[in-house]
Design a protein around this ligand. Structure first.
Ligand code: NAP
Length: 321
């Protein structure tokens, strides 16, 4: 993926969702420092209006002011998080539905709110976070395209979509990026999403590239209020079975002298130049550790080993999107 000056952006970005306390508490001052560090490392920042109900974008705004380089900010709209806004119910497989609005009027309001909270004149990359099941995607994408024409947005993307929806969206306006869960923990994107993304020349931005922390080996039990309790892969027998499989990946990382997180990210980077993981962390040292994965080249033999340990569908527990 390229920035508006035509420069290729770093293949590992930074996911800011973790700064909203979903996977354990986060402190705002430390969060701004962490974000500033990620911007200064020239990592794409991935946020969304719904993360912390606007709060995450406000943290990003503070970091942009403190950073010493120009940022590349990706944000998303579509999940209704404000009182008084309506939308369509969308099942997620997370144990609760989301409310989504993709109507033209909502898209216009949402973009203006993102610009205001981020404190920028233009959003580098804007995603429809989820498509509204009751609004034709052509309406949503056309409204985003109008924002591009107005100079409010530089490039657009879609997230949590089917291959067919990617094609339809791309027929309305060029899609620069598709965001989808992708990691050794969940490889289903390889079936139809990645081939479609490759065909249209877009980037695949891999969300939860560390399996929401699972692939780091640090998630062996969850606190009661941890959002990941909603993930079927981290519940009951699935969790136990998945932890056993993870041991084999950890052993490959150990033999290579890299951390399990670095191995998971290097594996994603090896899937194609256009595959961009966006790991999140509250710790600056881990951002640096994760970025180092760009310097790890996995041999064909290691890639085959990982294919054998974690083929598509190997980790137990399904989610709908
Ligand atoms: N489009 C969508 O619908 C969607 C959905 C989910 C996520 N996303 C995006 O994807 C981004 C990343 O996903 P995610 O936050 O769900 O999961 P992730 O990046 O796979 O994992 C984050 C977790 O890993 C831990 N971690 C990170 N680096 C580590 C390291 N080197 N060693 C040990 N632990 C490490 C973090 O803990 P510490 O904070 O303690 O380091 C955090 O709990 C989000 O921030 C968001 O921007 C998008």
């Amino acid at each position: 993926m390229f920035d508006k000056n035509g420069q290729r952006i770093k293949q590992i970005g930074y996911g800011a969702m973790v700064l909203e306390g979903y996977y354990g508490q986060s402190d705002d001052n430390a969060a701004v420092e962490t974000l500033t560090h990620a911007i200064n490392q020239q990592m794409m920042i991935d946020t969304a209006d719904a993360y912390g109900a606007g709060h995450n974008e406000e943290l990003v705004c503070q970091a942009i002011k403190q950073a010493s380089v120009a940022p590349f900010i990706a944000t998303k709209f579509g999940i209704v998080y404000e009182e008084g806004e309506k939308g369509s119910q969308l099942d997620t497989g997370w144990g609760f539905p989301l409310t989504i609005n993709g109507s033209k009027a909502y898209v216009q309001r949402a973009i203006d709110s993102c610009l205001r909270r981020l404190g920028v004149e233009q959003i580098d990359l804007l995603y429809a976070h989820y498509l509204d099941p009751n609004v034709a995607l052509e309406e949503t994408i056309s409204a985003m395209a109008e924002a591009v024409a107005a100079g409010k947005v530089a490039a657009i993307g879609v997230s949590n979509v089917t291959a067919e929806e990617i094609e339809r969206a791309n027929n309305v306006h060029p899609i620069a990026s598709v965001q989808y869960e992708y990691s050794l923990f969940r490889r289903e994107a390889e079936r139809e999403i990645l081939p479609t993304v490759n065909r249209i020349g877009a980037a695949l931005v891999a969300w939860s590239p560390l399996g929401a922390g699972f692939l780091t080996g640090n998630v062996n039990a969850l606190e009661k209020d941890d959002f990941r309790n909603n993930n079927p892969k981290m519940q009951g027998d699935n969790f136990t079975s998945n932890l056993q499989r993870l041991e084999k990946i950890k052993s490959v990382a150990f033999d290579l002298g890299v951390s399990p997180a670095q191995l998971a990210l290097a594996w994603l980077v090896a899937q194609g130049d256009n595959v961009l993981p966006i790991p999140g962390s509250r710790k600056i040292t881990r951002i640096d550790e994760n970025l180092q994965a760009l310097n790890i080249k996995l041999s064909p033999d290691i890639l085959t080993q990982l294919d054998n340990i974690a083929p598509i569908g190997a980790f137990k527990g399904a989610t709908l999107v």
